[in-house]
Design a protein around this ligand. Structure first.
Ligand code: GLN
Length: 493
């Protein structure tokens, strides 16, 4: 029997439109799952009372024929989004006790569209990480496990709580943010769809900043159609974010379906990275074959500066982070650890408030921005960034979208790669170039690894052409027919 929590966002929307069930019934069905997903540590805060109130309001709006795009849809919100009157932690101890007096633009838009908030999700501290292991509030466990052992796996990061909770049916969909891969990589690890829109498509206002020139909000959903619907509720110009771009938001759902005739899909040879498991290469080839049979023309392309994207990212992102995180000093909000002098108070607060990965980034960032090193590192990385952008601009003369794998591996075990930051950073090798160039990209679950874990394919598009990557992603979803569910749902975990 299909339970309400098995429905996709599109099905739930249609069911509520048809009057098959109410928003309150749907929300209650999700609230009833909270106990079962609690061991995964996805939620930092469950807001079930607010959810019930919001669901009832959604039903009342429906009765008045005022239902918006996402009326009654129960969502989980990454704890990087400021939510008025509800704590936001960014996964960090330093924001201890911080209750935002305002609502982020993206979440405001979601509530205006009628969505319901189930809770705030766990994440890597300040969105720095690929495993959700850096959260002050402990790791998130991936609802999937390997066929041959029951080691606890990471959900990916930094939007690990959001990805795990959607995969485990603890929310219908969730918001994430992606700076170098933090929506797409956890989506791939958890067998769901994750989309990073074009930089500037969704407002960053009210989202706690990591690296401001890279951060972008996006949806984590169970299907491509759901991503299209939810993005429509998140996107749009916001005068409060000077990097938000004033371009119309199309009807993304309308772009789905039909064949891919006339579309040229690029396959970049530089993404064949040494050491990539054969099964990921094979899945990529399969993806190429699927798109070809859907009518697309496949074109081999070159993105020659790909190999410099990750090193440049790990200069630019920490540089911006070190500057953004300077505001956490114990003076106005969040944690304060007293000292004899103001200087000592800052040191004590930052020393206790930040975790090891955040401190590493602040140190790297401060170093690459300091006099004497600025030219050698930061400026050089900015030049590399321009080259990467130019590579993509050249590619757009030949192709309409680019297909790659999302990650160089499936989900790994909790605790793995923790003593080797470089191994951890390599998770982002396939997602970071699109981030550096500000391009939209989507990860779609496409197959299983030999040990039964989900693997995603990744489609990168032209600036503000989310519609094309949604269309291509939808074709992949159709061909892949990915129906596997995590053990937690199959009753095995
Ligand atoms: N894993 C990358 C990092 O640690 C990306 C994080 C993100 O996209 N927020 O920086």
């Amino acid at each position: 029997m299909t339970t309400l929590t098995d429905l996709t966002l599109a099905q739930a929307r249609d069911g509520m439109v048809a009057g098959d069930f109410s928003a309150l019934e749907l929300t209650e069905a999700y609230i009833a799952t909270l106990a079962a997903v609690r061991p995964l540590n996805c939620y930092l805060l469950e807001t079930e009372d607010a959810a019930r109130t919001m669901a009832q309001a959604a039903d009342d709006r429906r009765a008045r024929s005022e239902a918006g795009l996402l009326n009654g849809i129960p969502l989980a919100i990454k704890d990087l989004f400021c939510t008025k009157g509800i704590p936001a932690t960014a996964g960090s101890h330093i924001l201890n006790g911080f209750v935002p007096p305002y609502e982020s633009t993206v979440t405001s838009k979601l509530w205006e569209a009628g969505a319901v908030m189930l809770g705030k999700t766990n994440m890597d501290e300040f969105a720095m990480g690929s495993s959700n292991m850096t959260s002050y509030f402990g790791p998130v466990t991936n609802p999937w496990s390997r066929a041959e052992d029951d080691a606890k796996l990471v959900p990916g990061g930094s939007s690990g709580g959001s990805a795990a909770v959607v995969a485990a049916r603890g929310a219908l969909a969730a918001t994430g943010t992606d700076t170098g891969g933090s929506i797409r990589q956890p989506a791939s690890f958890c067998g769901i769809v994750g989309m990073k829109p074009t930089y500037g498509r969704c407002s960053r206002w009210g989202i706690i900043a990591f690296a401001s020139s890279l951060d972008q909000a996006g949806p984590l959903t169970r299907t491509v159609r759901d991503a299209a619907i939810m993005l429509g509720g998140m996107a749009g110009h916001d005068p409060k974010d000077s990097t938000s771009v004033n371009v119309p938001v199309p009807d993304y759902e309308a772009s789905l379906g039909g064949d891919l005739k006339g579309l040229r899909i690029g396959v970049p040879k530089e993404y064949r990275i040494d050491g990539t498991p054969a099964e990921i290469e094979a899945l990529w080839d399969e993806g190429v074959a699927w798109l070809k049979s859907a009518g697309a023309e496949i074109v081999e392309i070159s993105l020659p500066h790909t190999k410099y994207a990750l090193p440049a990212y790990y200069i630019v992102a920490p540089a911006e982070a070190s500057s953004n995180l300077a505001r956490y000093d114990g003076v106005r909000y969040g944690l304060r650890v007293d000292g004899e002098t103001p200087q000592e108070m800052y040191e004590n607060t930052r020393g206790e408030g930040f975790g090891a990965e955040v401190k590493r980034r602040v140190l790297i960032g401060t170093y690459v921005l300091s006099a004497g090193y600025y030219d050698a590192y930061y400026l050089q990385a900015q030049k590399v960034r321009t080259r990467i952008l130019q590579d993509f601009q050249n590619a757009w003369e030949k192709v309409d979208a680019i297909l790659t794998p999302t990650t160089p591996s499936a989900a790994f075990a909790q605790g793995e790669k923790m003593d080797d930051p470089i191994a951890m950073y390599l998770n982002d090798v396939l997602t970071v170039p699109a981030s550096m160039a500000g391009l939209p990209a989507i990860s779609v679950p496409a197959g299983l690894s030999s040990d039964g874990l989900p693997l995603g394919l990744h489609v990168i598009g032209r600036p503000f052409d989310e519609s094309t990557i949604l269309k291509v992603g939808h074709a992949i979803e159709d061909a892949a027919d990915f129906t596997a569910v995590p053990q937690i749902l199959a009753g095995g975990g």
